[in-house]
Design a protein around this ligand. Structure first.
Ligand SMILES: NC(=O)c1ccc[n+]([C@@H]2O[C@H](COP(=O)([O-])OP(=O)(O)OC[C@H]3O[C@@H](n4cnc5c(N)ncnc54)[C@H](O)[C@@H]3O)[C@@H](O)[C@H]2O)c1
Length: 258
């Protein structure tokens, strides 16, 4: 094990699958204790539960069933984390869903569901984490670090998914607002905006038209791997990331540069 995150307590939402799973296992491999918060322990792409991967590699943490859209769930998640480990150093708001619909095909229910998970979920995670972090003594100048998952589709348009794109633009915005409002309290808040990352999850993400669009728009000769995003998250979670707050780290193989 390396030790870039030794002694840190981290919560990752949506960590049973995909990018969240890669972030959780990478944090643990760097020495963090990792709390996995998700509606299910099953990985959408298959394989062993994330907690088993972490403990099997000698790491530590726990899984807690959490619907990020529910304040009571997020409240209990952070309360249990602090009760077990005494503090919260890193909060990753990663859980998200999509509708796969443009404006005129989006029902009110779809809109509200995406907003509930992606936006209210991020609000809940940011608010509850920072409520805890501002009570903590600083370590290496910082009381706590928040990482929010945006998307390149919060910056450029999201083909066939208006609610998702709007929610991801909101993720980038709330990150900046929190960074500015709570810098004096030594809270660090950054976002990561992935480009197209192939997680192994079947369904809409593998839609041939969307894949073709992603390949055409991505200059790097492959699409993203979850580990690409996890590597960026390890950096932003670590004490190597100094004087960086309110930034949006784009990890997209050059999509946005084109
Ligand atoms: N995969 C990509 O190409 C890509 C690109 C840009 C941004 N992102 C962002 O990265 C993050 C992860 O994406 P992914 O592709 O790994 O997603 P995914 O669908 O593979 O995994 C999402 C996880 O979130 C969980 N989840 C869903 N609703 C939840 C809820 N209400 N409460 C708690 N957990 C919930 C799911 O069970 C799942 O484990 C998302 O924020 C997404 O917007 C992904």
């Amino acid at each position: 094990m390396s030790s870039l995150l030794a002694g840190k307590i981290a919560v990752v939402t949506g960590a049973s699958s995909g990018i969240g799973r890669a972030m959780a296992t990478s944090f643990a491999a760097e020495g963090a204790i990792v709390v996995i918060a998700d509606v299910t322990e099953d990985a959408l792409e298959g394989g062993a539960p994330t907690l088993d991967l972490i403990t099997g590699a000698g790491g530590e943490g726990f899984f807690r069933t959490t619907d990020v859209a529910q304040w009571a769930d997020v409240d209990a998640l952070i309360a249990e984390t602090v009760a077990r480990y005494g503090r919260l150093d890193v909060m990753v708001n990663n859980a998200a869903i999509y509708s796969g619909t443009p404006l005129l095909e989006t029902t009110a229910e779809q809109w509200e569901h995406v907003m509930a998970v992606n936006m209210t979920g991020m609000f809940n995670g940011c608010k509850r984490a920072i409520q805890q972090m501002i009570t903590q003594e600083p370590r290496a100048e910082v009381r706590g670090r928040v990482i929010n998952l945006g998307s390149q589709q919060g910056i450029v348009t999201s083909p066939r998914d208006t609610p998702y794109g709007v929610s991801k633009a909101g993720a980038i915005y709330i990150t900046r607002q929190i960074a500015v409002d709570y810098a004096k309290d030594l809270i660090v808040c950054n976002s990561i905006s992935p480009g197209k990352v192939v997680t192994g999850k079947p369904g809409l993400p593998m839609d041939p038209a969307l894949m073709e669009n992603a390949r055409r728009r991505t200059p790097w000769p492959r699409l993203g791997h979850p580990q690409d995003i996890a590597n960026a998250a390890v950096f932003l979670a670590s004490d190597r990331a100094t004087f960086i707050t309110g930034s949006n780290l784009v990890v997209d193989g050059g999509w946005l540069a084109g």
